[in-house]
Ligand binder design. Sequence first.
Ligand SMILES: Cc1cc2nc3c(=O)[nH]c(=O)nc-3n(C[C@H](O)[C@H](O)[C@H](O)COP(=O)(O)OP(=O)(O)OC[C@H]3O[C@@H](n4cnc5c(N)ncnc54)[C@H](O)[C@@H]3O)c2cc1C
Length: 512
Amino acid sequence: MSKTGMSRRSLLKTAAIGSMAAGGGTALNMAAPGTALAIARPLPASWDETWDVIVVGSGFSGLAAAAEAAALGAKTVMLEKMPTYGGNSIINGGVFAAWDDKWHYREKLNLGADSPQQHAEDFLRGGDYYNIPELCKTVAEGAVDALNWCIDEGGAQVRPTVTRAGGHTAYRTHAAKSGVGREYTEALRKIAAKLNVAPTLNSEVSWIWRADADPKSPVLGVEVKRGRRVLNLKAERAVVLASGGFSRNVEMRVAHNPQLVAEYNCTNHPGATGEIHKYAQAVGADTLQMNFIQLYPFAEPETGLLDAMAVYPFNGPGYGIVYVTKAGKRFVSELERRDVCAAVQIKMGKEAKPTFSIFNDAMVVPMGGDPQEVEEGLKNQRFVKADTIAELADKIKVPAAALVDTIAKHNQYLKDGKDPEFNKPITKAMITMEKGPFYGVAQWPAVHFCMGGLRINAKAQVIDIFGSPIPKLFAAGEVTGGIHGSNRLGSNSTPTCIVFGRIAGRAAGRAV
Ligand SMILES: Cc1cc2nc3c(=O)[nH]c(=O)nc-3n(C[C@H](O)[C@H](O)[C@H](O)COP(=O)(O)OP(=O)(O)OC[C@H]3O[C@@H](n4cnc5c(N)ncnc54)[C@H](O)[C@@H]3O)c2cc1C
């Protein structure tokens, strides 16, 4: 009971009802309308299925959680609302930040120093120190083991190089051999399958059951829609939320960040709609930083697609890729963070769309590219190729004299070790564009990633609005907030999802 004589449960209910009247604002209000009614929803009279652990979602975080829970002997179900598994993870660009790997590529390629501390510090600086330091440290420390787990236990393959991407201070970004996140989702799916867990498709979680929002009250299970059937599943040990972000839910993203209107393209899979955030809030979960939503500056300009070709601009900066406007001029330091790049593009206005990345053949393999992929890019007209910069300029309809001048100046900056235009830190690994063939790829920002979400602690426990862990409720991956602060550095989500998925799965498997 509080000093006012109200129990936390009645406070929650009052807050919810009050917020409905007031039209929204605090964490619980997110679920209005229907929140107060929902909290009062009677628990199911009986359960249709009983599991030890229920995992919601089958991306990196759900797969990792399910595998770890099952490894502890927990009878585990992994629920996926879509007809296919993998969410954003399976279409992801395959880049994975880890300060080391089992082959020690960075060291072998003489690409400078790195450490878990440096990686954690980059998380924080890249997120403007809005991040929760303990969570960043947990990811930076667990990333190498998570990568090696996918390789050793799941058969994932990575390309024999590492890149330095925007906002990172070290060469630590690993690229999947296949160039897509499927490399790791398949690895994780195989690890889970060995333990007899597979995603149960077409199973949409439509409620989280908790007797009430008293801090001692555990989560009991979930409601699931399967076709026309509505089932109630009991979780003896715990529920893990691994349902991803909400970039595809225009109403929800605009409610938090009014600039991100429907006119923006989106890189995400159609199921990134965020309803699980609301169900969690309705049972007392706290959220944070929901307004921090990231744009990917290098998506295909017309569709927002983030295909393998859209990853080259991201992987290229550490090896000398150059970003130019339609006028053939650089507009930002290529080693800048995504939010900085995208903000400059947006500020230039729609008439500036698209901008381009320019690179040459010598950069392809070092920056984690693949000659066969380049051929595919040319075939599907995502990449444009030419023997000279002037010819490339003509092909992408950029003034030739301006582009020739820009690239010549940039070559000189690399030789001088100084970029007087944008103060980009120059490294020895950067390659001058003196020899062709040269390539261009068009790019423009699209809504990409939700930095905000459910509040968790380093044990992946979901925290309620009073600051206590909600018993038997864990969360991992993009559904959570506070790890990336105001801006996620590219390639940091894959390790975040797998590291926290594993922590959540182990904790759920043990919970009683
Ligand atoms: C195109 C693209 C490329 C990217 N590339 C990279 C990259 O190279 N490196 C990097 O670090 N990050 C990248 N990211 C970000 C990263 O891929 C995601 O943040 C990450 O995959 C999220 O994983 P997750 O497990 O949290 O969620 P997801 O992989 O999205 O999985 C969540 C799953 O939960 C399901 N679900 C949602 N609601 C329900 C419900 N009510 N009931 C049942 N199931 C539900 C969804 O359908 C989905 O399958 C990329 C993102 C995109 C969109």
